[in-house]
Write a protein that binds this ligand. Structure first.
Ligand SMILES: [Zn+2]
Length: 143
């Protein structure tokens, strides 16, 4: 996963990125932070690249769409949890990814219903792979 992340980072044209202050070409690499990710192969530590805008001093992180900010659970597992209606669905998910436990599941379901459910319904946004793009487009923030 780190290798894939690094390859994506190498392919990134930093000069073409626009900061949330709307200035382009002012981002510089600004250290790393680590994020633990719960995968079926175990808990992996990923080094996440940070950027700083020389114009406004805001910092940003380079995340792939499979990573949800502040979460250790990957995007597709989070969607499976939100979409699950039965304990059987959840049991299957926790068998496939044993690092995901019942407290992760209840936290994700609670956060979704508190912060996202009505918002997504209001724009008729589906719980599928278009979700990350749709949230940026409609709400100017990442899911
Ligand atoms: Zn900026």
């Amino acid at each position: 996963m780190q290798t894939f992340y690094n390859e994506c980072l190498e392919d990134l044209n930093i000069a073409s990125l626009e900061c949330s202050c709307h200035h382009k070409g002012h981002l510089i690499k600004h250290g790393f932070y680590t994020r633990k990710i719960k995968t079926p192969d175990g808990i992996m530590t990923l080094k996440i690249q940070r950027f700083k805008c020389k114009h406004c001093n805001h910092t940003h992180a380079f995340l792939l769409s499979i990573i949800i900010p502040y979460s250790q659970i990957l995007f597709h597992d989070t969607l499976s949890i939100i979409r699950s209606n039965t304990m059987q669905d959840l049991d299957q998910l926790m068998i496939e990814n044993p690092n995901i436990d019942e407290s992760n599941v209840s936290y994700i379901k609670k956060q979704y219903s508190m912060h996202w459910k009505q918002r997504l319904l209001s724009e008729n946004i589906q719980l599928d792979s278009s979700l990350v793009f749709q949230c940026f487009f409609h709400f100017k923030r990442q899911f």
